[in-house]
Design a protein around this ligand. Structure first.
Ligand SMILES: *Cc1c(COP(=O)(O)O)cnc(C)c1O
Length: 354
């Protein structure tokens, strides 16, 4: 049987291994993990591998992905990373815990939780400088006072997210600040903040460099588990697998051609005026993959090839010293952006390797 192309080959045992190693590492200082499944669209087998590896929760930013895992009977505590008021009813119905920053949304969650006779658990996200989601520390006391008037909600913890929008690094000072805020809130209000979620795959260097994690007892990890790296510098984490995902696309043309386009230069398919370097005549291959499928700039070929450029359905390669026959598959590693988009492409088949 011929294998379908393009396809992503996913080695579940490597994802499970990564999750297990990270659970062990972070567990040494009392930090539990949420396995973040959004980059793989809540793929149930991957969530299962994360759980086998020991993560305590499965977290996703999209309710649809969580519903997919519930339908597949994945036995996890689910955490919703991004809460929209229009989904409040369904959030309360499907999810145990959600991350929140707006009182209007919480009022809706409280309303539906009362209709469904539930207590919905929430983690309040604190703005620590990255300027994506978060309640400013100065505003959080008044905010909590309002939340305490909503009887069907329970604040179980605080969280923060760094290195996502503003590129601000998680460091000792930020983590200490979150710990202190936790203590202050517990002093002022009769609540117990049992889950302090200090960040994501960017928190690795902070963790390795500190011997006092303060109140931080949870991290939410996607990229580290899936691709085996931290995200501040993009470095590999020792003993983790970095190619649990491989993208394979088919060669549809292989010819010796000039390396400089000939004719008058206008604009390419995306409105840019392209610039080329003359490498003389060389062997070029085209693969059946394009910008509609994945972020091409995040692909790295697993052999000595160079990606010269891409349009919506074609990627052009410099074959260097290889000869690529029409019909063969070319292998790539993916970065997070490529993984995210490739997993979302309906044209790329997802194939699980035992
Ligand atoms: C996506 C996301 C994460 C996971 O980020 P990684 O860099 O993949 O570890 C964690 N927290 C929130 C709020 C997210 O949206």
């Amino acid at each position: 049987m011929k294998a379908f192309m393009p396809r992503i080959e996913i080695t579940l045992s490597q994802i499970e291994h990564n999750a297990r190693m990270l659970c062990e590492l972070y567990g040494q200082q009392g930090i539990s993990l949420m396995g973040v499944s959004k980059a793989v669209l809540g793929e149930p087998l991957i969530a299962e591998a994360m759980l086998q590896g020991g993560v305590k929760f499965i977290a996703d930013s999209r309710l649809e992905n969580i519903q997919r895992m519930i339908n597949a009977r994945i036995p996890a505590q689910f955490v919703l990373l991004r809460t929209a008021p229009s989904q409040a009813e369904s959030v309360v119905e499907n999810v145990d815990i959600s991350l929140n920053t707006e009182i209007e949304t919480l009022e809706k969650l409280n309303y539906y939780a009362s209709l469904q006779n539930k207590i919905h658990q929430i983690i309040l996200m604190v703005e620590m400088g990255d300027l994506r989601e978060g309640i400013l520390p100065d505003d959080i006391f008044l905010f909590i006072k309002k939340v305490l008037d909503l009887p069907h909600l329970k604040i179980i913890g605080l969280g923060c997210n760094l290195a996502c929008y503003g590129g601000i690094k998680p460091d000792n000072q930020k983590m200490l600040q979150l710990s202190e805020l936790t203590d202050e809130i517990e002093k002022k209000f009769p609540i117990n903040l049992s889950l302090i979620s200090g960040g994501n795959s960017a928190n690795y260097k902070w963790y390795k460099s500190t011997n006092n994690v303060g109140r931080i007892n949870n991290l939410r990890l996607g990229e580290s588990i899936l691709l085996g790296c931290e995200t501040v510098k993009g470095q590999t984490i020792p003993e983790l697998h970095t190619n649990a995902f491989k993208l394979i696309a088919e060669v549809i043309e292989s010819k010796v051609k000039p390396s400089l386009p000939f004719g008058e230069i206008g604009r390419d398919a995306f409105g840019n005026i392209p610039v080329f370097r003359d490498r003389g005549r060389h062997r070029r291959a085209i693969i059946a993959l394009g910008k509609q499928d994945t972020l091409i700039s995040g692909l790295s070929p697993n052999q000595d090839l160079e990606i010269l450029g891409a349009s919506s359905d074609h990627v052009v390669l410099d074959c260097k010293n290889s000869y690529l026959k029409v019909g063969v598959g070319v292998n790539f590693n993916l970065d997070y952006g490529s993984l995210l988009t490739a997993m979302t492409s309906p044209f790329i088949k997802k194939q699980f390797i035992k």
